[in-house]
Design a protein around this ligand. Sequence first.
Ligand SMILES: Cc1ncc(COP(=O)(O)O)c(C=O)c1O
Length: 385
Amino acid sequence: MELFDVYPLYDITPVKGEGCYVFDETGKKYLDLYGGHAVISIGHAHPEYVKAIQEQAAKLGFYSNSIKNPLQQELADKLEKVSGVQDYSLFLCSSGAEANENALKVASFHTGKDRVIYFNNAFHGRTSGVVAITDNENIKAPFNLGHKATKLAFNDIESLKNEIEKGDVAAVIFEVIQGVGGLDEAESGFYKAAADICKENEVMLIADEVQSGYGRTGDFFAFQKHGIRPDIITMAKGMGNGFPIGGILIDDNIEAKYGMLGTTFGGNHLACAAGISVLDVIAEENLMKNAKEVSEYVISEASRIPEIKKIKGRGLMIGLEFDFEIAALRKELLFEHQIFTGASSNKKLLRILPPLNIKKEHFEIFFGAIKKALKNQQIDKIASS
Ligand SMILES: Cc1ncc(COP(=O)(O)O)c(C=O)c1O
């Protein structure tokens, strides 16, 4: 049987991971500055994480959400402590799209309204409701187009106010720092004004922290820098360090009802064991502090490279915008220097999303490779002119 061919693939087969590195089947070592799309938070095959999953698998891997599972409460308690957010309840699911889909449902149930406001360049996932509020028409099927959704620009408070005052808006959803869209972040004033307008009009403010959350920016959640309190916060990628787990934090003022949300796999025993060990490691190894410190080094080194025109993002969610399209540079980094990096919808932007325990030394390797690759590109340019 063939695989349904939806992914363009690099001709590389990683079979092993360790810390910030992955290894292919021939033993070739790759520096992972992409974390499998911002997923690897505490590093590949972290020993504490491996032990937690192994021990849980040997005890009880799964049972349904119709029984008591104390691991869910342990995860909720640890999340509250490590994240510093309070007076929210946790609902567990298995992916980022599912987290956002559930967040929209909660907002619509709670407000009794049905329209959602999203922003230019947003990416919220591929299931029906969230692809409808993703700014990419190529990935929407006709079936996805029936949702009531309105797209606005970041920092345009007037338009946001006008739309909300029409009275049918259930939620405003935003990535605090956009991922796939290219690392744009609105001003604190905009987020604060949006929070106020939402509050005045009983509209739910949803922060999609699927990519920017879990310590990636040096704060546990990226919105914490802006001094706002979203009604709902969505999480996934870094939450399980590769184990499929997602979740939403729901303000305690929003009432739960039996049957309002549900899932077979969400919050299962193995997923919780993975999620708890991720939180333990983030706290024990001070990974948020590390993200901030390493980030400072990366930004200062990047700012010395003339071809880099803009440095975007925060912590270890970084975008380096070059003065040329970076597809060839990424390929060279991967195949000549064995370094994984990411792209975005901005073709000039190189995305850096490494494990949060990465060290300055790893980035020294990266900057050495970048400098060599840039020299090669100049030689190519001269040769072809
Ligand atoms: C900000 C954001 N939200 C949601 C999603 C969807 O997550 P998933 O692929 O786990 O469904 C992504 C995935 O890239 C994302 O970056």
